[in-house]
Design a protein around this ligand. Sequence first.
Ligand code: GTR
Length: 327
Amino acid sequence: MISRRGVLAAGAALAALGWRGATAAPAPLTLTAADVHVADYPTVRAVEWMGGELARATDGRIGLRMYHAGQIGREGDTVNLARFGALDLVRVNVAALNNAFPLTRVLALPYVFESADHLHRGLDGPIGREILDAFAARGLVGLAYYDSGARCFYNTQRPIVVPEDLDGLKIRTPPSDIFMDVVGGLGANATPLPYGDVFSALGTRLIDGAENNWQTFHTSRQFEVARYWSQSEHSYAPEVLLMSKQRFDALPPADRDLVLDAAARSVPYMRGLWDASEAASRQAVLDAGIAFNEVDRDAFRRAAEPIVAPYLRDAALRRLYHALREA
Ligand code: GTR
């Protein structure tokens, strides 16, 4: 005779395996997602929208749980959690991928893109696809690119007009060799820090400034400390949405198609959010009294050339770089 204790133990074991009884509906699948940005940031909203689309297409069988504002940790850490199947989706900037995924470097080189339109022409075609496909070699499925605007310098000290104005300033970079090369090569003291530390590092004067887009400058409240914004537009390094390959491969083929489709459709949705929020963030920080200046863009481009050159010695990067420049 089976004891009550035995039944309870078996029930617990089956529950742990996800068994709900023969007649019960299949257990809902909740995809987990991570992002370092605040709740209403366009990347966060786009991935949540994607979750809504999946829920709609499956009558609620697939859902999504977003851990925003860096709740799961730094971007590099979340990428590794996804690689090992502990997290389903990660949205990070290519900066967090440059060291481990060499093809992404071409997207972070200074002045490779002239505008958001140029970025879209490059990413929406075969080059963008090739770079997304390369993530599979290290446990990830490249789902989509999202906009990240133009990165510009901002600091607590002075307007930056020519690269020489960066001399002696400690400028934060994302933890990416290429970003360190760029910021250091332009003349600043490059100081790599995780995104979540930048606001307090400005406040304690550990750093004098950083570089990023309008929305990040605004939503992270870094503009409250760094009062000089200089429109260098040195990088359009995009955001990337990745899925754990282990988790993706475990889905039935029809669900994989739903995920790919929802991710692709989240791109135009995100671009709409991006354009609106860029204008709003720019206006908000200008209203808050930020000193804005244009830079000598030609001087920045010239200073960037010797930084780019060593990367172009790599045949794959050289091919992608020229194809993107011509896009
Ligand atoms: C932002 C990007 C974040 C993060 C951040 C950074 O533009 O959206 O994912 O990478 O930059 O500089 O760390």
